[in-house]
Structure formats: C-alpha cells, structure tokens
Ligand binder design. Sequence first.
Ligand code: TRP
Length: 336
Amino acid sequence: MGKQRVLSGVQPTGNLHLGNYLGAIRNWVEGQSQYDNFFCVVDLHAITVPHNRATLAADTYTVAALYLACGIDLDHSTIFVQSHIPAHSELTWLLNCLTPINWLEDMIQFKEKAVKQGENVSTGLLDYPVLMAADILLYDADRVPVGEDQKQHLELTRDIAARFNHLFGQKDEEILKIPEPLIRTEGARIMSLTDGTRKMSKSDPSELSRINLLDSPDAIAKKVKRCKTDSVRGLSFDDPDRPECHNLLGLYALLAGKTKAEVAAECADMGWGQFKPLLAETAIERLKPIQERYKAVMDDRGYLESVLRSGREKAEAVANRTLSRVKDALGYSKPL
Ligand code: TRP
C-alpha cells in the first residue's frame, strides 16, 4: 500500500510567526517521511479580506521559502502555490453549487471575521471554507493536519464530499475522498506575548504580541523582555490564573525540545528576571538555522522558482485528474 496523502496550507499574509511554526509547520516536518505530502501557499485565501497587492507575490515566495527553511523535504513533499493551479478555483465553483449557504453562514470563523470586517464583507469570505474544501479534495488527501480553529472547516469539507458522493456517485462510489483530521498529541497552541488568553496571530495589531520567524535577535530579545508576565514568585504550568506563565513555559519547552516535566522542574524557583533571558536566548538559537537557510533560499531565486515550478507540475497533474472525475460525475461535456 502506498503512503497516505497529507495536504495543508498557510496563507501568505506577511511573516510567519512562532505559532505557525510550533503549531503547524514543525509537525508537518516531523511527520513528513511517513506521508506523501502536498503543502501549498494559499494565496487565493489571502484576498478574502482586503489585501496588499504590492506585497502579495513577495509574501507568497517568503512563505514558500520558509517551508524549505523549516525543513520541508522535497523527497517527501510537494510545495506549490494555490493560485498557480486553476483547478482550485474551478472546483470551488462546482462545489459552491451543491453547498447549502447556511452551512457557510454557520462557520464560527466566518462570523468572527465578518464582525471584524464591518461593512465590507465579501462573498469570498463566506466562501472561504469551500475553497479550502477544494484544496483538500483535489488531492484525495487522506489526512489534513488541523489546529483547533480549522476543525470546523475540515468537518465541512467532509460534509461537502459526502454530499457530492451521495448526489453524483453511482451506488456508494467515492468520487471525492473523505479526509480525516491529523491531530498531534502534543498540540501546540501558542498564545500572544501580550495576552496569554489569545492566540498568537498575524492579525494582532501589536508586533510585540508575536515572534516572527525572521525577527532579528535584537527584536526577539526586546519582545521577550516586554512580554506580559505577573508578579507571582516561582514559575509553574498549573495555575489557571496565570495564562501568561503557562504560555511562556510551554513556549520554552517547545523551543528547547524539553518535556513539560523537565521545564517545570528547571523553572520552579526562577523569577521572570532569570527566565526571560533564557527564553529569549533559546528562541534566538532555535530560529538561527531557519533564518540562515531562509537567506540561502532567497539568495537563489532560480532554485526557489524551480521548486515551485516542479511543485506546480506535480500538483496540477493530480488536481486535474480529480477535477475531470468531478466534471464527468456532474454530467459535463468534454472540452473539444
Ligand atoms: N484555512 C487555513 C488556515 O487559515 C489555511 C488553509 C487553506 C488550509 N486551505 C487549506 C489548511 C487546506 C489545510 C488544508 O489555517
């Protein structure tokens, strides 16, 4: 039996941060040899909210280069850009026509983003999960690594695929493969440095809330120095009233590659004055090799382009096969 297929993607909205790395990309890298992986930069999703046209292309390349810098290995994985493969848009349209609109109106992320967007909510924002379903279903993905916030979208993907198969498959025929989530046991949910109850996020207006993968050592040291703490003596994971303490210890454990128990013992008697420089130093050291590889990739534009070109060729062949299967099932005539 061949390897199971994994598909995932990250939006090219600016710089990736430690939450993206420790919560997602690090896991892709660790598990990649067990699977046949497709990792895309989801630049079509990036325009579901107002975007910056001057930086979209550069941000897309940055994320692709960061995939490589973080250790995505082309022997096991295919890296490509979503917008380079028209099948993503086309399958989205076809799936739109069998997705009840109230399924989309019920999505928590849509409701939250729509509130933030105020007057200017696009149809694309509502349709975002159908595009994500198309990303997944085009590749017959067996597994999709998802964090808490994307679980509902994966559930919707499964519902759309099941509905399609039911409506257009001949007797239980699986035209679209129903994907399963890939959930890691040691789930890493990295919280903001300025509020331990909120997720570290690209859309937080404060730069101090996150450590970006490409931050300089000085910037990292400054952000750690200024991050929110509390005035309790001794550091522990266990106090529910100390979300910042929990988050920072967890961050340190992940960056240092230590277990929670090891960190709890190491830091039990520390004050923040001792812990913060340790955390900063650990983050700087952990990011250094990623930043060096990133620079090497970016200095060789031809290499990066060749990675994305062969990624597109490989991905497109798979995507187009699925798309024709879907169009056949829907009853379309063949293009002449
Ligand atoms: N919506 C995902 C996020 O914001 C990104 C995404 C788009 C994705 N298409 C995907 C993730 C397909 C997994 C599979 O995190």
